[in-house]
Design a protein around this ligand. Structure first.
Ligand code: ADP
Length: 463
């Protein structure tokens, strides 16, 4: 193919498939088609739309194994995690197939007998989504499901590293009976498509999951046409372990939240803050758990940690490890790599760093890799201060069985998602999203459909 994206397997570097890059004309036509089809899709009653979203979900469940296989091939994540992601993706469709039936308006008592005041909700229009490679299915599902349920049409540019899952999901949507132009995909350069999406008069909303700098560009570019924007951006999650925490439980949960997807998620624990009185005991348990994790090809059922997505990601993680070591951190396990630059694969073994300090890059930059930096604190107030000392505000975790400590942490951590004795809080029925530079808006739950709706106020007079 002359102009194509080469999708490779990050576990082997092998070519999986070439995907056609769309021309500017094709992308503009797709946007026009999405806009045109909004006229009919938005008028279909909510119950019928719900039935179609439900049929899509059924197709996803029937094709679970194949979808998970595609995901593991293009992303590298362990098959067991990919199977979980297929279920997680379908759960957004299931939730919003129902929630679309509950887009209620309201009537407001008028200030005079001659008027009636009515508030209705209507879909915003064509929604353009840009998604990352780390959850190729779920990041699309949690945007597409509420958009379609609200009556919007939808177009997506998936990440160049992982377009195959999105393509398969959209094929299944069409097979389920969702009209061709109601949900579409385009592929190509993020920058070019981002510009075409943001400048298009047809697109009424941009929804993005990815890095904070790209999110800022999309917000700026959306200003010219005052589009709605939802942004799910970077994170730098603190994980606080209080003096009284159940250390066995905390160690296992911290392993899960740190090493899922080889540490390549925006809600992975990035800074592990442990009370000074228990830091050694916790670290010993945590390292023992980290040592059990198996690194390898995600298709191998034993694998817990797959490859890093690409060389750029690998280089950033290694530079954070080196920077921490240079500044005095101690490696307790890991700092070991299986790499073949020529073939194009990069594995990092689970790495635990002790004596990490605020001066190290790893305490300021998003890590996106299987590296766990541990530091200690004296008071819970100090832990909150360290935790909040970042422009990010996506997820935070803490472990304590003391309700006063827990309440204090919940109320004082500036993060949109908080896990209290819970390393895996995400769910389709709960609002996911960040404060500060981690984003705008929420996905999931009741809140997740609102960004796809406009409020219209009708005042009837002369009665
Ligand atoms: P990551 O570092 O996780 O790849 P990015 O923010 O670079 O995060 O990428 C997330 C998504 O944004 C991908 O689909 C990517 O192609 C797209 N993208 C990258 N640069 C731009 C841009 N300038 N405008 C719009 N989308 C972009």
């Amino acid at each position: 193919m002359t102009n194509s994206i080469k999708v490779t397997n990050p576990a082997t570097g092998e070519l999986i498939q070439e995907v056609k890059v769309n021309s500017e004309d094709e992308i503009k036509q797709a946007l026009k088609n999405g806009h045109e089809s909004f006229k009919s899709w938005s008028k279909i009653n909510a119950h019928e739309r719900s039935r179609l979203i439900d049929a899509w979900s059924q197709k996803i469940k029937e094709n679970k194994e194949e979808l998970a296989h595609i995901m593991t091939l293009e992303n590298g994540k362990p098959l067991k995690e990919a199977l979980g992601e297929v279920d997680y993706s379908a759960s957004y469709l299931d939730w919003y197939a129902e929630e679309g039936k509950r887009v209620y308006g309201r009537t407001i008592p008028a200030h005079t007998e001659s008027k009636r005041i009515i508030v209705t909700q209507q879909p915003v229009g064509l929604v353009a989504a840009i998604t990352p490679w780390n959850f190729p299915g779920a990041m699309m599902a949690r945007k597409a499901a509420p958009a379609l349920a609200a009556g919007c049409t939808f177009i997506i540019k998936p990440a160049a590293e992982t377009p195959l899952t999105a393509i398969k999901l959209i094929e299944l949507a069409h097979e389920a009976g969702i009209p061709e132009h109601v949900i579409q995909y385009v592929n190509g350069s993020g920058k070019q498509i981002g510009e075409l999406f943001t400048e298009s008069e047809y697109v009424r909303k941009i929804t993005f999951t990815g890095s904070t700098p790209v999110g800022k560009t999309l917000i700026q570019d959306s200003a010219s046409t005052i589009k709605h924007v939802s942004m799910e951006l970077g994170g730098h999650a603190p994980l606080i372990i209080a003096e009284d925490a159940d250390l066995d439980f905390a160690a296992k949960q911290t392993i899960a939240t740190k090493f899922r997807n080889a540490g390549q998620t925006c809600v992975c624990a990035n800074r592990i803050l442990v009370h000074e009185s228990i830091v050694d005991a916790f670290t010993e348990k945590f390292v023992a758990e980290a040592e059990k994790l198996k690194v390898g090809n995600g298709l191998d059922s034993e694998t817990d940690i797959g490859p890093i997505i690409n060389e750029k990601g690998f280089d950033k993680i290694v530079s954070q490890i080196n920077n921490a070591i240079e500044k005095g951190a101690q490696v307790l396990v890991g700092n070991k790599f299986d790499v073949d630059k020529e073939k194009g694969y990069f594995f990092i073994h689970p790495t635990v760093l002790k004596n990490v300090t605020a001066e190290m890059d790893i305490m300021h930059e998003e890590t996106f890799g299987p590296v766990a930096p541990i530091t200690s604190f004296k008071t819970i107030e100090e832990a909150v201060e360290i935790a909040n000392s970042t422009p990010y505000g996506l997820a935070a975790y803490f472990f304590t069985n003391n309700y006063q400590t827990g309440t204090y942490l919940h109320e004082n951590l500036d993060f949109g998602i908080v896990g209290w004795n819970d390393g895996a809080p995400s769910a389709a029925h709960a609002p996911f999203g960040g404060m500060k530079e981690s984003g705008l808006g929420r996905e999931g739950g009741l809140e997740g459909i609102e960004p796809y709706l406009e409020t219209k106020y009708l005042s009837i007079g002369n009665l």
